[in-house]
Design a protein around this ligand. Structure first.
Ligand SMILES: C[S@@+](CC[C@H](N)C(=O)[O-])C[C@H]1O[C@@H](n2cnc3c(N)ncnc32)[C@H](O)[C@@H]1O
Length: 375
């Protein structure tokens, strides 16, 4: 592959010296699929889970692929692909699309950066087998330690031929060919009734915690009754929308659920519809509240992420805390939860304002932070 991967950036995602925009899996995927990519007619290549554009742009630059359809869950990744394409003068080579049947119609080659959740892969493979060309070839790449036997099983349920390639730089590619009928494939979003909350939770494969309730989220739900009065609230990093939905039903306030993940927003939309809350909760796919005006909100609840890809990094949570600082009106509050060992309280004081402990048990801390006066 002749493409200059070093020219790619992660921006607008978190950037740091130990975080990269392209990895060994991107390179191995492109090398493994080289022959198929070279001979693919325009409009027949699909890329799933491209982190920052290395696969989409590498296929276009190295093999002349045209009309590539690319789906990236995080809006940050989708924007990074656009910015990188602009920088590499490849803007016309691809189209970024949502996860719908149109993404896959007639596809002959599908390149996949393995998702973290098996459920996400299951949803993708179901869509491929239902909508791609019958002779489609699927290349699933990932770090060897994250490629599980269960992923082979998912591919094997939809393809007659599944082969694992040799590992290179701790990455591996699994190739699937000869689609076979897969009639009983699960349909997405899935849904689950939670009698304790009297709530339906709906989830696409890529949504955090699936149709379950995360244990950190449970801590925030436990203190829902203590939240200050507010006219408008934001569930920052809303996932399937559990906190947004509970705020809307229990507190009867206007709520915005915001998340950078397409799977999260689609799941939250299904959750709101299932609970009759679609008109009371607004949803927005956005990176760190970039679309929300400064000092416009009274209350933010947030169960922040603490993983960036596979690298543990506080950058992801700090980005959300800074977003809360920018969008809270003076006197407005951020209620958040974190694992005790993460010790975010001093950071919250420094970056936003006075922070008090609301709840602390053996695993988790819930804090309330008041936005200080600006200046
Ligand atoms: C720990 S999950 C919490 C999900 C949900 N609130 C819940 O309680 O189940 C964190 C969420 O933050 C989202 N997220 C991470 N970084 C983000 C960013 N920069 N902007 C918006 N959302 C982000 C993730 O997509 C994920 O859905």
């Amino acid at each position: 592959v002749s493409f200059d991967f070093a020219a790619l950036r992660r921006y607008p995602d978190v950037e740091a010296p130990n975080l990269f925009a392209a990895d060994a899996t991107d390179r191995l995927l492109l090398d493994t699929a080289a022959q198929s990519l070279q001979t693919s007619p325009p409009g027949t290549v699909v890329v799933l889970g491209d982190h920052y554009g290395a696969l989409t742009l590498g296929a276009a630059a190295s093999f002349g692929c045209a009309g590539i359809r690319s789906h990236t869950d995080a809006i940050t990744g989708e924007l990074a692909l656009e910015y990188n394409a602009y920088r590499c003068q490849l803007t016309g080579a691809f189209e970024a699309l949502p996860l719908t049947p149109a993404l896959f119609a007639g596809a002959r080659v599908v390149l996949i950066q393995a998702p973290k959740a098996l459920d996400e892969l299951t949803e993708w493979v179901g869509l491929i087998s239902a909508h791609a060309a019958p002779d489609v070839e699927v290349y699933l790449g990932g770090r060897t330690k994250y490629l599980t036997q269960a992923m082979n099983t998912v591919l094997g349920a939809a393809f007659a031929e599944v082969t694992a390639g040799l590992a290179r730089q701790k990455s591996r590619v699994i190739t699937a060919r000869r689609a076979k009928p897969a009639p009983d494939w699960p349909s997405y979003p899935r849904r689950e009734w939670h009698p304790d909350l009297e709530l339906w939770v709906c989830a696409h494969g890529g949504a955090f915690a699936g149709t379950g309730i995360d244990i950190g989220t449970r801590r925030l739900l436990a203190v829902l009754g203590e939240l200050p009065a507010a006219e408008r609230a934001i569930d920052l990093g809303c996932g399937t929308g559990v906190l947004a939905a509970m705020l809307a039903t229990r507190r009867r306030i206007a709520v915005l659920g915001s998340d950078r993940s397409a799977a999260a927003i689609a799941s939250a939309a299904a959750t709101m519809a299932a609970n009759g809350l679609a008109d009371r909760v607004q949803l927005q796919r956005d990176d760190a509240l970039s679309l929300v005006p400064e000092a416009s909100t009274d209350l933010i609840v947030c169960n922040p992420p603490f993983h960036l890809g596979s690298a543990v990094h506080t950058g992801a949570a700090l980005k959300l805390f800074d977003a809360a600082h920018r969008t809270l009106a003076p006197g407005g509050q951020l209620w958040t939860v974190f694992n005790n060992h993460l010790g975010y309280a001093p950071l919250l004081r420094q970056r936003i304002g006075p922070t008090r402990l609301v709840l602390r048990d053996s695993k988790f801390t819930v804090t309330a932070t008041v936005r200080g006066d600006p200046g």
